[in-house]
Design a protein around this ligand. Structure first.
Ligand SMILES: C[S@@+](CC[C@H](N)C(=O)[O-])C[C@H]1O[C@@H](n2cnc3c(N)ncnc32)[C@H](O)[C@@H]1O
Length: 177
């Protein structure tokens, strides 16, 4: 992590699956079985509209980002894996979605330079950080990085939005203090 202090947890290393390997990313995407309808429902459940800017941390292959980009003004897809970013970039380019900015960064290193985001989401990514650094990540998102109206963190099963529907649940929402 060039330019980062030595004490900072290196979030670019150390997850179980090798998300830096393009073949693993393809396998991951195939296994996931993208459900765009479910992702769109998740976007809508957050109350996001045309005027909104949204950030997804750990965006992966960007199924949620794709759904969100069709609805809101601007999406920032943040991920520590260049292979994930490259896969997603090509996919969204083919769809002609031009309102997505990709950032090779993570919870602990992303610096937000666009207008304040109205929503921040992360799903199936925060668990990659050790517990102490999860707290740092949440504080950072809330206090230093941006001012989210809604921070939706989902820890549900693989098909996130589908699970939410089944359980009649809503994502955890943390409001700014
Ligand atoms: C299991 S995938 C989830 C992808 C997507 N959010 C989804 O729901 O399909 C986890 C993603 O988190 C990313 N990731 C891991 N640690 C991260 C960190 N510290 N900051 C941002 N992204 C991270 C990985 O590169 C991977 O793309």
């Amino acid at each position: 992590m060039q330019g980062s202090p030595a004490w900072l947890y290196d979030e670019f290393r150390g997850f179980a699956l090798d998300f830096h390997d393009p073949h693993q990313v393809e396998h991951y995407e195939a296994r996931q079985g993208t459900d765009l309808e479910a992702e769109t429902q998740l976007v809508r459940s957050l109350g996001i509209s045309k005027k909104d800017t949204l950030i997804e941390y750990g965006a992966g292959t960007c199924a949620f980002v794709e759904a969100a980009a069709k609805i809101c003004r601007q999406v920032h897809a943040v991920d520590v894996s260049l292979a994930m970013i490259e896969f997603a970039r090509q996919r969204l380019r083919k769809l002609g979605l031009t309102n997505v900015a990709f950032h090779h960064a993570g919870f602990l290193t992303y610096e937000h330079r666009d207008e304040h985001a109205s929503s921040v989401i992360t799903k199936f990514a925060l668990h990659h950080l050790p517990d102490f650094w999860k707290v740092v990540a949440l504080v950072r998102i809330n206090r230093r990085c941006i001012c989210p109206h809604v921070l939706a963190i989902t820890f549900y099963g693989r098909r996130c939005a589908g699970e939410l529907r089944k359980r009649n649940a809503t994502p955890l929402r943390l409001l700014p203090c």
